[in-house]
Design a binder for this molecule. Structure first.
Ligand code: YCP
Ligand code: CO
Length: 279
């Protein structure tokens, strides 16, 4: 797994809760909502323009501007200044996943020349929150600083009737992950999730969805397929192979087109065959 824990920040719970209670009342941006199944949204604390309504990331040179949302969350902004190389930051956001919501397996930065070096810091989480990369599923604990490699297929979820908040900081892509942190601490144990075997029967049951799939339930099915790898030992990107197989078996041209479009949008030319052992 290329994603890894780099450090842990000290969090003062009382001041953090002060900011978290403000976040509860905020309107979240609908940017990137095509990636979600169930509840997922973001708020923008800092970006190129300083406008929090500008929810989409952008590549630029020059320094980041704090938005009105960032200014209203002084404790979180201070935590960032205390722990990270502020001058190399390109954006600061909070990702909220809630109530069994997830992000469909995808590769980031496909629309960019280089993308970013991205770190995650959980500010509110629970045991049913998971992230994945290729064939691994892991859990990020409160205050841990994780490098998340967006160049590999990955996904994230809050599979409980609760809310998960991650601080997500994008740095200049030229910066190696450990250089984003002022004082990196190594040797923090990572929590990898053990999952049940993904059996031939499981695969057969998935393919049998070909008799039920149609353009109207396609996205609901995509969300369901995305959730499987969090509990069964199969790779995140397997959903694109399944979708392809299900849609061919369905004989429905519209579904086949949707399946191809989805794969292209979410993982581009990533070769699922190269990793077919895990499908
Ligand atoms: C991003 N990528 O890179 C988004 C977040 C999933 C897709 C949600 O900002
Ligand atoms: Co991503």
């Amino acid at each position: 797994m290329n994603s890894r824990v780099l450090s842990k920040v000290a969090i003062d719970e009382i001041s953090l809760n002060d900011d978290l209670s403000k976040i509860e009342k905020m309107d979240f941006s609908s940017a990137y909502s095509e990636y979600k199944s169930g509840s997922w949204a973001s708020i923008i604390l800092a970006n190129q323009t300083g406008d929090h309504k500008n929810g989409l990331s952008s590549e630029y040179s020059g320094s980041v501007k704090v938005t009105s949302i960032g200014k209203s969350l002084p404790h979180i902004m201070q935590l960032i200044r205390d722990n990270f190389l502020f001058s190399e930051i390109k954006s600061v956001r909070i990702f909220k996943a809630a109530n069994y919501g997830l992000i469909i397996p995808h590769i980031d930065y496909l629309e960019f020349k280089k993308g970013f070096t991205r770190l995650h810091v959980p500010l509110k989480t629970n045991k049913q929150c998971f992230n994945s990369e290729l064939d691994k599923v892991y859990h990020m604990k409160m205050g841990e600083v994780w490098f998340v490699d967006g160049n590999l297929p990955h996904s994230g979820a809050c599979l409980a009737n609760e809310e998960r908040l991650h601080l997500v900081i994008d740095f200049d892509p030229g910066l190696p992950p450990s250089n984003c942190i002022i004082e990196p601490k190594d040797s923090i144990a990572q929590t990898i999730i053990e999952r049940k075997e993904f059996s031939l029967l499981d695969k057969k049951n998935i393919l049998s969805l070909s008799s039920l799939i149609n353009p109207g339930n396609f996205y609901a099915l995509l969300g369901f397929l995305s959730s499987i790898h969090f509990s069964k030992d199969v790779a995140a990107q397997a959903i694109y192979q399944w979708l392809d197989d299900i849609s061919v078996l369905s004989g429905n041209d519209e579904v086949m087109t949707m399946s191809k479009m989805c794969k292209k949008k979410f993982i581009g030319d990533f070769d699922t065959d190269m990793f077919s052992l895990f499908l």
